[in-house]
Design a protein around this ligand. Structure first.
Ligand SMILES: [Zn+2]
Length: 327
């Protein structure tokens, strides 16, 4: 029997796979949350305390046609980090909360996907989402503990692969990959950077928050950990403009020149850069999002995972699917 990676590579050889859209902004609008006062880690607690809401968001994306579902576990490592830092002052209850929030995040996504895929032949991929906690002064051991614990709980929940998303800092990313390399080296992984457009010596270029260009960040990762089960490198949470063509082609050229033909590219941008008051308003309509996305798709030969980040919803994904089906 073919492994998930082998099946995926077979599929990716000749088609693009559609990911879902935003989870966070969908939660905020469903619950009428105030962006100024909202505690973002609350999102993962909803996996335990309001699973029906999270299930309904997953279902809406599956109905739109997505075949890769991102679990609601984005801040899951931060939950374990809080637990580690407060270990001495809190009892066992908090410990179980971090584990349960992550475990249930995968379990409920799987549950919805299984019900949904009963009538369809295509396997729905359940991606355990991991992001990097913010903060400069985090102890290496604490961060290692947080990543290791989160991955354990995501895999216990039944994640098909790990999706390292919104990567903004190379040092923390390397630490996360080191944990995977030492303990979970066979699991398929997707890596997605959150780039920023910067003006360097008069030239506009995309780099990550810690300063490295996308190519340099990928190169450091691949050089240090050459034999992991990488499925894709990509970008997310950036504005979907045609200026993304350049960094996508930069990634593509890098992968081709390094001879990494089985590593593809993913892209799930936001619906523009939001203006934030008590609510967030995203500037890109579905039409604009698709129009910009289509120009990127036309130029890239390795772009195989497409979807949406902040501000997108099932309409964006449905339209992306109908564009993709004719191109
Ligand atoms: Zn985003």
């Amino acid at each position: 029997m073919l492994s998930l990676t082998e099946k995926l590579l077979e599929t990716l050889n000749n088609k693009r796979l559609i990911m879902d859209g935003a989870m966070g902004s969908e939660i905020f609008s469903s619950l009428n949350c105030n962006y100024k006062t909202f505690n973002y880690k609350y999102c993962e607690h909803l996996n335990i305390h309001n699973p029906e809401l999270i299930k309904s968001i997953h279902k809406s994306y599956l109905e739109a046609g997505a075949t890769l579902i991102k679990c609601n576990t984005f801040s899951g490592a931060s939950l374990f980090l809080d637990e580690y830092i407060l270990e001495n002052s809190l009892g066992g209850t908090e410990k179980q909360e971090a584990y349960r929030a992550n475990f249930e995040g995968v379990k409920i996504a799987k549950e919805v996907a299984q019900k949904f895929s009963l009538n369809k032949s295509e396997k729905i991929i359940i991606a355990g989402i991991i992001s990097l906690p913010w903060g400069q002064e985090i102890h290496k051991e604490a961060l290692e503990y947080a990543f290791h614990s989160q991955i354990n709980s995501l895999l216990d929940g039944g994640a098909d692969l790990l999706f390292l998303e919104s990567l903004y800092d190379l040092e923390k990313t390397l630490l996360l990959i080191d944990v995977i390399d030492k303990n979970f080296s066979s699991i398929p992984i997707m890596l997605s950077f959150s780039p920023q457009l910067k003006n360097v010596d008069g030239l506009e270029q995309y780099s990550i928050f810690s300063g490295e260009s996308l190519k340099d960040a990928c190169d450091k990762i691949i050089t240090k950990y050459p034999s992991l089960n990488y499925i894709s490198f990509g970008l997310n949470c950036c504005s979907c403009s045609t200026s993304l063509i350049k960094p996508i082609l930069e990634l593509e050229n890098y992968l081709i020149h390094r001879g990494l033909k089985n590593i593809y590219i993913s892209l799930h941008p936001s619906a523009g850069i939001p203006s934030i008051s008590t609510i967030a308003t995203y500037p890109d309509t579905v039409k604009k999002f698709i129009s910009n996305f289509s120009k990127i798709i036309e130029r890239s030969s390795k772009l195989r995972f497409i979807g949406g980040c902040c501000g997108t919803n099932p309409d964006y994904i449905a339209q992306l699917i109908s564009f993709n089906s004719i191109h």
